[in-house]
Design a protein around this ligand. Structure first.
Ligand SMILES: [Fe+2]
Ligand SMILES: [Fe+2]
Length: 260
């Protein structure tokens, strides 16, 4: 077996605990078939019956005054990480013709997302809840669906937009949870932020690679893709320090601040 078909097999697993374990157990020393055109099977992504997926708009921000509210926020982050496992595995199997390092990046990222999910799910158990106990939304996977036919759009809008937005959101979410007394959640968010900088860095690296290959100007192309695929509007405050560490250059950060 090679890495892309293994990644697809893990993407099809519905049980989140089994999926996270299988992702972490993927063997990074396996060869990569960079050219294989793999036919898309039904059932992507494998996901459990719970959490129930509802419209984004119907989810209220949880109150930090009750244990259930704190758990609901931890659950929302765990759900993001569950989606992130799926997104990384999907990037790994779906798009042929990239350099081998591309597939190895997304395999490593899938393993880190599985670690993030597991840390949060274990913490949730300690709070008396489990993954699936609260409603969730499907906005992250929706963007994967919309960009399934174009790797440039996928990289522009998933790692460079949605994951980068996670860098921006991290300090405020951490303040909220630690402020409510959940210090363990704060520690987990530190681990996640550290790894996520690496994920966005990989996104920036492959975005530039693809722009160069296609003779496109990165900043204007990003604006065009964000409009065409209806990317969520990014809002200040931006985590400029994390974004710089994740490889955004000053022209991109200026464009971001201008657009917000
Ligand atoms: Fe993550
Ligand atoms: Fe990530």
């Amino acid at each position: 077996m090679e890495i892309r078909s293994r990644a697809l097999a893990v993407l099809l697993i519905a049980d989140p605990i089994a999926k996270a374990a299988a992702a972490q157990a993927l063997d990074a020393s396996l060869p990569v078939d960079t050219l294989a055109q793999i036919a898309e099977p039904a059932g992507i992504p494998g996901r459990p019956e719970r959490p129930r997926l509802v419209e984004h708009i119907t989810l209220k921000p949880p109150s930090m005054r009750t244990p259930a509210g704190i758990a609901a926020l931890v659950h929302a982050i765990a759900h993001i990480e569950f989606n992130a496992i799926n997104l990384a595995l999907d990037a790994c199997w779906r798009f042929p013709g990239m350099p081998e390092a591309f597939y190895r990046d997304w395999l490593r990222i899938a393993q880190e997302e599985a670690k993030h999910f597991t840390l949060l799910r274990d913490h949730l158990l300690g709070l008396g809840f489990d993954y699936g106990d609260f409603d969730a939304h499907n906005a992250l996977w929706d963007m994967a669906e919309r960009t399934r036919h174009d790797l440039l759009a996928r990289i522009a809008l998933v790692p460079r937009t949605l994951e980068a937005r996670g860098l921006d959101a991290s300090p405020a979410v951490k303040r909220k949870l630690v402020g409510a007394g959940d210090h363990r959640a704060g520690e987990i968010l530190d681990v996640i932020l550290h790894d996520e900088v690496g994920h966005v860095l990989a996104g920036n690296r492959w975005y530039r690679f693809l722009c160069e290959q296609r003779g496109l100007e990165p900043v204007a192309t990003y604006a065009e893709l964000a409009a065409r695929y209806q990317a969520p509007k990014l809002r200040a405050p931006f985590n400029l320090e994390a974004r710089r560490a994740a490889g955004f250059d000053e022209a991109e950060l200026a464009a971001l601040q201008q657009a917000s």
